[in-house]
Structures are given as C-alpha cells and as structure tokens.
Design a protein around this ligand. Structure first.
Ligand SMILES: Nc1ncnc2c1ncn2[C@@H]1O[C@H](COP(=O)(O)OP(=O)(O)O)[C@@H](O)[C@H]1O
Ligand SMILES: [Mg+2]
Length: 575
C-alpha cells in the first residue's frame, strides 16, 4: 500500500517533486563529471607541467562543484519540505477520518492503535518519502552513469566491476532480507510497549489496590526486553554491514590499483585515468549501498502505509445524506419507533422493538438494571449509532434523512461517563456554548447544584485531562451544567445522578423544569427515587420494554418495577 498512499499524498506537491528530481539529476551528473576532469588535469596538466591548463580545468571543476552543492541544498530543502508536508497531511487525513467515525468504527481499531497510526506510522512514511527523494533518483543514475564513465576511462579495469558490484549487492541483499522482517517485528514490539505503558498509567489505581506492581513490572520488563533483543539483532546486522562494505570497497580499490599499476607500467593506461576510475568505483559502490538501505526501509514503511490506509479506507457508517432534510423551527418531538439495535458480531440485539415518544415539557424516565440497554437507547437519539431495525424520528423525520450535525445541535446529552476537557471550569463549560456569559455559567452551575463547590475554587480553577482532579459527583455536576448551557429541544441524562447523594439529587431534579425551559427531558437511572416524579416511566429489561406508566401505575401493575422498588427500599432500610 506504500505506493498508492504516496501517489495520493504526493499529488499536491507534484511541482516540488519534479523539481527535486531535476535537481538530483543535475547534482548526480555534476558528481559524475568531476573525476573525468580530474583525470584530465593529472594527465594533461600535472604530467605535462601545464599550469594554465590546471587552472582552467580546475576553475571549471570549482564551478561544477558549486553547481552540485547548490543543487544538493535545493533538493534536500525541497525534499524535506515535501516529506514533512506529506507527514502532516497523513496525520490530518487520519484525524479527520477518525473524527467522522461512529462508535462502531472507532471501536474496531481501538484508541491506542489509532494514535500510533496517526503518529508513528505517519512518521515512517514521511521518513521513507524523504529518503526516496535523496536516493531513488540519485542511486540508479549514479550507478549506471558511473559504470559508463568507468568503462570510458578504462575498459580493461572495468572487468573488476563485474566482481565488486555483484559481491556488494549480494552482501546487501543478504543483510536487507534479514533486516526487513526484524523491522516488522520491531513495529509490533513498540505497539506492545505502548499498550503495556498505557495500561500501567491509566490503571495505576487498580494495580496498586491489588498490589500487582511486581507482576506488572515483569510484564513491562518482558515487552521491553523483547524490543531490546530484536533491536540488538538489527544492531548486529548493522555492525556487520559497515565493515563488510568497507572491506569490499577497500579490496576493490587495492585490486584497481594493483592491476592499474601494471597497465600504466605497460603504457596501456594513464595515471589520471586510474584516479578517475577509483573515484567512479567509489561512486558506484556507494550507490549500491544507498539503494540497499532503501530496500531495508521500504518494508517498514509499507507496514505503516498499510496501517494508515486501513483507517483512511474505512467508511463511516453514519454520514449525512446527499440532500439532507431540515428540521422545522420550534420544539421537536423525538420518537423511537419499534427500534432495535444489535452490536456488530453479537448474536442477540441489545435493544428489541423499543417504542417511545419524548415530548416537549414532559419528563420521561427509563429504568433498568445494568446491561439492560439504557445507554444504547440514549446513543440512538443523537444518532451516534443507527437502529438496526425500526427507526428514530425527530419532528416526524427519520434521523437518517437529516444532517447529523443539525440533529445533534438540538439534543443535549450528559453521557454516563462524564468527560470533561482540560482547561478551566469556565472553558470546559463553554464547550457547550462558547459565548456564554459568566452569569449564564453560574446559572447553569446553580441548576446543576455545582455552584457551592465551584464558588470555593472559582470559575478559573484548573480542570485536568478528563476532569481527574474532581470527584465523581463533582464531575457529573459539571457535565450536567455544561449540558444545561446548551439550548436544546431534548435533554438526556444518562445515569447522571448516580454519584449524587439523595438530597442533591432531589434538589437538582426540582430545578430541572426551569433549567430546561420546557424542552423534553429523558432521565435514565437505576434509582427509583430519581425517577418517581417522571410523567412516564419506562421499565427496560434485557433490551425490551416490560412496563410503562407513572410510578403509581407501575407500583400497582408491574412486577419488574415492584421488584426494583422493593430491592432498593430494603437496601435503604438496611443502610
Ligand atoms: N461497544 C459495544 N460492543 C458490544 N457490546 C456492547 C457495547 N456496548 C455495550 N454492549 C452491550 O450492550 C448491552 C447494553 O449495554 P448498555 O446499553 O451500556 O447498558 P446500560 O446502559 O443499561 O447499563 C450490554 O450487555 C453490553 O455488554
Ligand atoms: Mg449505561
């Protein structure tokens, strides 16, 4: 996949690429012409004692060298700029693609892998792009040109090339074919280190609670040692490579001088030609060396290109239709109509045939044990997932006919796991409404029962990544305040009151009608006390609705609801 990926991402830089190729071409030609001129100086200038000739040709050589340097600088500059731009574009492409992913696609790759793909893998491709600018153009021209020039200098000595080049090539192929697979293994081992490290950091509390540090240390040590061992093998090969290459180059130089001396002695060759020939030999062997380095890097970069391509090739399932319909102005009703949902690969659907209607001004509650499908139901509403059967409708329109952005703008959700972005309390709240005034922030905090602890620390208090410097209950209340700041037609609270004590929970719910301003409200909970005042309570059991009505009605008629109430009453009494 390396070539298709490169072709696609180099397209915007076609002009620069062409320029790099041209500059490299000129540079190589210049490098190839120098030894011949040098030979001329020796044979016609030094040997004959013609100082004028030496100065003239020397001047030309200087000019050519200056040209070569200029071309090299230009090529490296443009090549580096293009390669780094390709890296940036790759990261950008992965990032924007991932942003469009629904929960299903993101889950398929997993967060750590997506992060590696947009950083490390992009960098591998970026590096090989840069290397190719330097090598791919230069090596073949240098090798073929070098051979032609060497043959022109002295046909007899050129027979030596027939030995030196294949031997070097053989050695390099031998080493490269052993190194390629090792690089592949290294990528996998780096992944492994990342994974263990991530788990150590995010799971540190669990590890300490169960005093698992020794085993965890061993786990990391194992991954670490494996990486070292593979890297060492690469190191051995590298260590082997340079002396062997040196040896081949030096042995061939000795051979050239040995046989060349004989030919000069017999008058078949001039001194200058021998020097030139040595130079060309060096250039040829260097180009073979560079080309084989390239072959070593390409396998590693192709693995990375494959991994990037897999992300870019994944089509998000949830997208806006070609011609989206627009939602009418005014408060909308959101409905589930016989909606079912099953996760990919799971045998049984998690939600089965769920019908409900969320109307402005009414509070609907969903109660059910963990795993009964409540959060899945919540995810259906702003179209984070699509119903596998039945439909979700907003203002009577199937949500699949709407632009998801427009739908989501009308729905405000407090997710079960309150996620706060790092920054200050004010900035994390303004995530919902960037222009909110401080007064509006305080209103929302007041409604979310968060104003007391926020007034202690102030609106500018720091929020760490994920809100980790707040307690679970504080985090939930900040997330509720953030959701209340967003003007919406439907407010959804997914188990958002579970970390609150009974009094705070009660006060918060008492203030909700005013704070939501006549919008529809959906409260998901496991605690009866949280939802008993709702206009309609829906009892969910293993993805099915097994009862609906007010608290009083359900208490009289619904066995599942009675069981839930009884279990919680006894728990409270026991406490
Ligand atoms: N990403 C997922 N992939 C596969 N199964 C899932 C996924 N998320 C949740 N489930 C399964 O769906 C069921 C309902 O989960 P959920 O809606 O979160 O329940 P609740 O919010 O009521 O606790 C559970 O059995 C859970 O194992
Ligand atoms: Mg849930």
């Amino acid at each position: 996949m390396l070539l298709p990926v490169l072709r696609r991402f180099l397209r915007p830089y076609r002009r620069d690429v062409l320029l790099v190729v041209l500059l490299q071409f000129l540079q190589t030609i210049a490098a190839l012409s120098l030894p011949t001129l040098n030979a001329d100086i020796i044979d016609n200038g030094v040997v004959l004692g013609d100082t004028g000739y030496i100065l003239r040709v020397g001047g030309v050589m200087l000019a050519i060298s200056a040209l070569q340097v200029a071309c090299a600088i230009g090529a490296v500059f443009l090549g580096a700029r293009t390669a780094m731009s390709v890296g940036r574009d790759l990261r950008h492409a992965v990032f924007t693609r991932v942003q469009r992913f629904s929960l299903a696609e993101a889950g398929r790759f997993g967060a750590p892998s997506l992060i590696t793909r947009s950083t490390n893998d992009a960098q591998q491709v970026q590096m090989v792009t840069f290397m190719s600018f330097v090598i791919i153009v230069m090596a073949p021209i240098m090798m073929i040109g070098g051979i032609i020039m060497a043959v022109r200098q002295d046909l007899g000595l050129s027979a030596l090339l027939l030995v030196a080049v294949p031997v070097l090539l053989g050695v390099m192929v031998f080493i490269a074919t052993r190194m390629g697979p090792l690089f592949r293994t290294i990528q996998g081992r780096i992944d492994r280190i990342n994974l263990v490290m991530r788990e150590q950091i995010s799971g540190v509390r669990v590890i300490r609670a169960f005093t698992r540090q020794p085993t965890e240390r061993q786990r990391f040590a194992l991954a670490n040692t494996q990486l070292r061992d593979t890297s060492l093998q690469v190191g051995y090969l590298m260590a082997l490579m340079f002396p062997v290459v040196q040896l081949i180059i030096n042995v061939s130089s000795v051979a050239v001088i040995w046989f060349g001396a004989g030919r000069i002695d017999s008058g078949a060759m001039e001194v200058g030609s021998l020097v030139a020939f040595l130079n060309y030999l060096m250039q040829i062997l260097m180009s073979v060396l560079m080309a084989s380095m390239m072959f070593m890097m390409v396998p590693r970069a192709s693995v990375s290109a494959d991994r990037i391509h897999a992300v870019l090739d994944t089509e998000p399932q949830i997208t806006a239709p070609e011609r989206p319909r627009t939602l009418p102005a005014g408060r909308m009703v959101v409905e589930l109509d016989a909606a079912s949902f099953g996760y990919e690969g799971a045998e049984e659907p998690v939600l089965k045939d769920v019908t409900l209607r969320l109307e402005p001004g009414r509070t609907t509650a969903v109660i059910g044990s963990t795993g009964s499908g409540k959060s899945t139901l919540v995810n259906l509403l702003p179209r984070l997932i699509d119903a596998t059967a039945g439909s979700v409708r907003a203002a009577g329109i199937d949500v699949r006919e709407l632009d998801p952005a427009e739908l989501r703008a009308r729905i405000s959700v407090v997710p079960q796991r309150a996620f706060l972005f790092s920054g200050t309390i004010a900035s994390t709240l303004r995530f919902a409404r960037p222009g909110a005034t401080e007064e509006e922030l305080w209103q929302a905090l007041e409604a979310a029962q968060a104003s007391d602890f926020v007034s202690d620390v102030g609106l500018d208090a720091r929020v760490e990544q994920g809100g980790s410097n707040f307690s679970g209950g504080q985090r939930q209340r900040l997330a509720i305040a953030r959701a209340l700041l967003k003007p919406a037609d439907l407010y959804v609270f997914d188990d958002s009151f579970s970390a609150l004590d009974y009094t705070t929970d009660a006060r918060l719910r008492a203030g909700l009608p005013a704070a939501t301003g006549g919008a529809a409200v959906l409260i998901v909970a496991q605690r009866v006390a949280t939802i008993r005042g709702a206009d309609e309570i829906i009892v969910l059991d293993e993805g099915r609705i097994v009862g609906r009505g007010t608290h009083g009605e359900l208490m009289d008629t619904n066995v599942t609801y009675q069981e839930i109430v009884l279990s919680q009453l006894s728990a409270q009494e026991a406490a």
